[in-house]
Ligand binder design. Structure first.
Ligand SMILES: *[C@@H]1O[C@H](CO)[C@@H](O)[C@H](O)[C@H]1NC(C)=O
Ligand SMILES: *[C@@H]1O[C@H](CO)[C@@H](O)[C@H](O)[C@H]1NC(C)=O
Ligand SMILES: *[C@@H]1O[C@H](CO)[C@@H](O)[C@H](O)[C@H]1NC(C)=O
Ligand SMILES: *[C@@H]1O[C@H](CO)[C@@H](O)[C@H](O)[C@H]1NC(C)=O
Ligand SMILES: *[C@@H]1O[C@H](CO)[C@@H](O)[C@H](O)[C@H]1NC(C)=O
Ligand SMILES: *[C@@H]1O[C@H](CO)[C@@H](O)[C@H](O)[C@H]1NC(C)=O
Ligand SMILES: *[C@@H]1O[C@H](CO)[C@@H](O)[C@H](O)[C@H]1NC(C)=O
Length: 523
């Protein structure tokens, strides 16, 4: 074990140290995570590259991200922070060959959101690392410029998505027709996560190239989410907004939301934009605080069988009768994001609330047979009447599980998702408490034991069945980008890209865990 001491002073306070955190690195754990990365990479590179994803059991490939080599591009920033030079250069060589004007014929619908968070972000993060602190890892310096040119080529091709009368983009583009990529105009609305999780990547691209048009496109769209034009429908609680926006006029079409998939990373990026540049994105920080304050006030919910746990409810309009007491693995990023905001804004209340959410998501792992949490789960709220129509009791065959666990499982899949370990990472960086490193290590061991399959890792059908209940034979690209990165960084030595509690953050992670260099004063 290697021990580091990190001192930090309160923001705006000239008196010296008010508190000190101690971080420890665990080389043997790092080796185990690096082994998993190399094994998954070897399987992918041997049997699936340059297609998107590995089917590890059949040793075949499939294209689920348009055939541009999603697993490779998504893996690059993890290979970088692990110092895996060979893999870094294999991926760089690939990036220089991609033609973003065409897709693989077996996958021709391009998601603006997925393409931005995985491909565009992977390339921008690689550019930031290879032009900065990890430049030693690049074999051919000439390829650095090509990486940025490829990012520009991709964004130029995707820009047609913003050609709507409001400027709110259409998420899906149809490729390979005679007229080139065109927005799928049968989509008349777009969701706040897919609209609101572009602004970090496209702003970074503008800042790196000096061409403001990419930032402008995404910030124009984001403005409809920051300043809701029809708040009676679109903003049922202060700062907590609806899900779908009409791309013609920018008006919200519903009052549903929360921190689950479909809305999640819109909130995540509000505080990350402020971290990226405090001067330009102060309004985003204010909206984030408003949303978190409302979440604490209106959405925090404790299961009737385990009032010690805290989850965030979803809503379909204002008022307790409109709450839905379910959450998701995807939503478990919430604790980590609220901790990050607490660190950034010097707000211990946010940090404490985030730690409560992290503990409850940890419980979703420890309660199951595999030690891995489910895709979707539900609970009965302890404060609302047990006979309220939106406060159902668990089904009979899960009531004893609910009594001890505090939730029951409504979708038992594990898709190699990162959010629970991601939040352990932020909890550790904020507190220095080695408990969170142990939680991440135990989660990694359980995932490694359950999901290792064939020549890589596979999603599993049932986290509460022995062995995970069977494999789907699919290895998502975010396994490389996120699970393995957070599992590694939480055990790793200090580095400039590690999240810091000392108000000196020089890097911010996109929603796919690709670190970008911040543009403003570190905060
Ligand atoms: C990649 O996908 C294409 C199109 O489906 C297929 O023809 C090719 O054999 C695949 N390559 C690998 C390495 O799996
Ligand atoms: C892709 O399309 C753009 C815009 O039409 C063009 O400038 C570029 O050269 C094309 N790239 C390739 C690799 O075909
Ligand atoms: C979007 O707004 C346009 C223009 O007001 C309207 O014609 C259309 O019906 C709306 N679509 C939806 C899905 O609300
Ligand atoms: C639930 O939300 C709907 C839609 O916003 C609203 O009309 C209704 O009044 C809400 N119900 C309660 C009990 O607040
Ligand atoms: C719930 O139970 C309370 C107390 O028994 C009763 O007054 C109320 O009418 C019930 N509500 C519903 C929706 O059944
Ligand atoms: C509980 O019962 C339902 C309905 O019969 C069934 O679909 C579900 O698989 C069962 N769940 C468990 C965990 O046994
Ligand atoms: C991870 O799983 C692989 C394959 O089963 C195994 O060889 C390795 O020892 C495991 N790592 C740890 C740390 O348990």
């Amino acid at each position: 074990m290697v021990r580091y001491t990190w001192a930090f002073a309160a923001l705006g306070c000239v008196s010296p140290v008010v508190s000190a955190l101690t971080y420890e690195s665990h080389p043997e754990r790092l080796d185990a995570v690096a082994e998993a990365f190399q094994r998954a990479w070897n399987g992918y590179y041997t049997y699936a590259f340059p297609n998107d994803s590995l089917a590890p059991i059949t040793k075949t490939s499939y294209n689920d991200r348009n055939g541009w080599g999603a697993s490779a591009v998504d893996a690059i920033s993890t290979a970088l922070v692990m110092g895996n030079k060979k893999v870094v250069n294999e991926i760089v060589d690939h990036i220089t060959t991609i033609n973003f004007n065409m897709t693989s014929p077996d996958d021709t619908s391009v998601s603006l959101f997925e393409t931005t968070i995985r491909y565009l972000a992977g390339m921008l993060s690689a550019y930031d690392f290879l032009s900065g602190p990890l430049s030693d890892l690049l074999d051919d310096p000439a390829s650095l410029d090509t990486i940025l040119k490829q990012a520009v080529s991709l964004a130029d091709t995707l820009s047609v998505a913003f050609t709507t009368s409001s400027g709110v983009p259409i998420n899906d583009l149809i490729y390979n027709g005679p007229e080139g990529p065109v927005p799928d105009r049968t989509e008349t609305t777009n969701g706040i996560a897919t609209i609101g999780t572009l602004v970090l990547e496209w702003t970074r691209l503008s800042d790196l190239t000096g061409d403001t048009k990419y930032a402008e496109l995404t910030q124009t769209a984001e403005d409809y989410l920051l300043n809701v034009r029809n708040p009676g429908v679109g903003e049922p609680y202060p700062g907590l907004i609806g899900t779908d926006v009409n791309v013609t006029n920018g008006l919200f079409v519903d009052s549903s939301g929360g921190w689950n998939g479909g809305t999640d990373s819109f909130y995540e990026y509000l505080i990350k934009m402020y971290l990226y540049d405090t001067a330009r994105f102060a309004e985003y920080k204010d909206r984030w605080s408003l949303a978190v304050d409302s979440s604490i006030k209106y959405l925090a919910s404790h299961p009737s069988s385990r009032p010690d746990l805290t989850f965030l409810a979803a809503y379909e309009g204002a008022g307790p009768a409109n709450l839905s007491f379910f959450s998701e693995h995807l939503a478990c990023f919430d604790g980590g994001n609220i901790i990050l905001g607490g660190l950034t804004l010097n707000n211990q209340g946010y940090i404490d609330f985030g730690l409560e959410l992290v503990a409850a998501c940890h419980d979703t792992y420890t309660a199951t047979v595999t030690g891995i949490g489910p895709e979707i789960f539900q609970w009965q709220d302890s404060k609302l009447a047990p006979n309220a129509t939106n406060n159902a009791a668990p089904p009979a065959n899960q009531s004893s599980f609910y009594e001890t666990a505090g939730f029951w499982i409504t979708d038992p899949v594990y898709d190699l998702r990162p959010e629970v370990i991601e939040s352990f990472y932020y909890a550790y960086r904020a507190t220095g408490d080695s408990k969170y490193q142990d939680w991440a290590w135990e989660a990694f061991l359980h995932i490694n034991a359950t999901c290792s399959a064939g020549v890589g890792f596979s999603s599993v059908m049932d986290v509460n069945a022995p062995g995970g209940g069977g494999f789907y034979n699919q290895q998502e690209s975010f396994w490389f980008a996120e699970v393995l990165k957070y599992s590694y960084l939480i055990q790793a030595e200090e580095a400039p890209w590690q999240v810091s509690a000392a108000h000196d953050n020089e890097w911010v992670f996109n929603t796919e865990a690709h670190p970008f260099r911040v543009a403003g004063t570190p905060v």
